[in-house]
Design a protein around this ligand. Structure first.
Ligand SMILES: Cc1cc2nc3c(=O)[nH]c(=O)nc-3n(C[C@H](O)[C@H](O)[C@H](O)COP(=O)(O)OP(=O)(O)OC[C@H]3O[C@@H](n4cnc5c(N)ncnc54)[C@H](O)[C@@H]3O)c2cc1C
Length: 437
């Protein structure tokens, strides 16, 4: 028996945000985190978009170990050797509160863990929860290495591919094909680059940073993948996200990352002299991408589920967001928990307030609105036709050959047709893209 009012499983951004909010309301809460120290197991691209954390740590953008703030975003299409890249610059992004904060999770989560402790949360790292404790119709705590820990409320925030929701039958993924269509695999390298070289190369100063995201049209076979880079203080985070259901048995995901790094446009950005910058860290992790379609039961007697464990991730090929939804859902679960503790009522009916809060927030509004986004992000034309067609169309139009020029739209349309997308395909995909973006 313990005297905690809530147990939070998982010291990622969802779990820690939830625990901080609870502790700030004077509630007794413990976070059980398998990594030691907190953050050591965690991986993200990663840009923390938005300012949800300000609700519980108002000065977080000044206090947290943030690498750089995003002032510029590049979105591009890579074909075998060419790139068409849109450069996005918005004046407000230069000013606080910054819209995008580039972070390295090991450092950031360790800081957030310390913040939680300062707020009165008991953070126990190095504890892996094996199962939920179920008594009758209620979840009454957790089990770790045969030992039971009880509390009236358990907040399940154990990240993507949540073992606990699966064990408790709260989500339905049964077959490998479900897992493959619900998840992407993210692979990431952190490459060392001298700060002056990095700032000169990207025209940055102070804490300014750049986020780049790309559709990869240079990947062989049937593989569908996107690539990203984010400038840290004196390193670059660079990686790929691969749709698992597009992989053939002979495909190797590390080769997708190698191909991305070897692309002439990317290679120049990560060069250190004649070679690629030194590898400092690497990692891989699943990303839930099916959003609302893979959502488990979010609440029930004695429990709530948030963050990646609930499938709260949005990705449309131009941006990947999960940390903001994790923080927001963590805070909303805590608000519901505070009410439940105050009323000493931990029933499913009471905790239904969590779903209502999610529905009234951008979390479920976004996930509902974009529930079919994978129809677009998994469209094979996006990878196999468009990057090549866009690059070859612009190259033909912009390369001076001494021959008479044709109108730009004609060149581009011809290029699409040559690569396999005629007017009907374009129209169909435009509708699909337009309605799901
Ligand atoms: C390569 C990659 C790039 C990404 N890029 C971005 C990005 O740029 N922006 C963005 O917003 N999102 C990005 N995401 C998604 C983002 O990382 C997640 O949405 C976010 O981390 C979810 O937070 P969470 O707290 O729910 O889960 P997590 O951060 O995964 O935290 C879960 C925690 O639970 C712990 N845990 C798990 N099981 C147990 C257990 N049984 N017992 C105890 N502890 C346990 C883990 O150790 C971990 O600390 C990216 C993800 C990947 C993989």
């Amino acid at each position: 028996m313990t005297d905690f009012e809530a147990i939070v499983v998982g010291g990622g951004v969802a779990g820690l945000s939830s625990a901080i909010k609870l502790a700030q309301a004077g509630k007794r809460v413990v976070v059980l985190e398998r990594g030691q120290p907190t953050g050591s197991k965690n991986l993200s691209g990663g840009v923390l978009w938005g300012n949800d954390l300000a609700e519980i740590v108002p000065e977080w953008q000044e206090e947290a170990p943030i690498e750089r703030f995003v002032i510029n975003k590049k979105v591009g299409f890579l074909s075998e050797n060419d790139a068409t890249v849109i450069d996005l610059h918005f004046d407000e992004w230069y000013k606080p509160p910054y819209n995008g904060s580039i972070i390295l999770r090991a450092r950031f989560d360790e800081w957030l863990g310390k913040k939680a402790t300062e707020n009165g949360v008991t953070v126990l790292d190095g504890i892996s929860v094996d199962d939920l404790l179920v008594e009758g119709e209620r979840i009454t705590g957790v089990i770790s290495q045969g030992e039971e820990m009880r509390a009236p409320l358990t907040l399940i925030m154990d990240g993507a591919n949540s073992r606990l929701t699966l064990r408790a039958g709260l989500r339905k993924e049964k077959k490998m094909s479900d897992v493959k269509s619900n998840y992407m695999l993210g692979l990431k390298d952190v490459l060392a680059l001298d700060r002056d070289v990095l700032e000169n190369r990207f025209a940055l100063k102070d804490r300014q940073g750049i986020a780049g995201e790309f559709v990869l049209g240079n990947i062989p076979s049937t593989v569908k993948a996107g690539g990203f880079f984010y400038t840290n203080y004196d390193t670059i985070s660079l990686g790929v996200v691969v749709h698992l259901d597009s992989l053939q048995p002979e495909d190797r995901t590390y080769k997708v990352l190698e191909k991305f790094k070897a692309h002439p446009y990317i290679k120049r950005l990560i060069a250190d002299g004649d070679s690629i910058a030194e590898l400092k860290e690497y990692g891989a992790k699943l990303i839930p991408e099916a959003g609302i379609r893979m959502m488990p039961r979010l609440y029930g007697n004695g429990f709530m589920v948030g963050g990646d464990a609930a499938g709260f991730v949005f990705s449309n090929g131009l941006v990947i967001q999960g940390m903001n939804y994790a923080i927001k859902s963590g805070i909303l679960a805590a608000e519901t928990a505070i009410e439940a503790i105050d009323q000493n009522n931990f029933t499913e009916k009471m905790l239904a307030g969590y779903k209502k809060r999610l529905e009234n927030s951008y979390v479920l509004k976004d996930l509902k609105k974009f529930k079919n986004v994978t129809r677009m992000t998994k469209n094979k034309n996006l990878f196999k036709i468009y990057p090549d067609a866009i690059n070859s169309g612009f190259k033909t139009a912009l390369t001076e050959t001494g021959k008479p020029k044709e109108k730009l739209y004609k060149t581009i349309l011809r290029s699409f047709k040559e690569k396999g997308a005629g007017p009907f395909t374009l129209l169909k995909d435009a509708i699909r893209g337009g309605t799901n973006l």
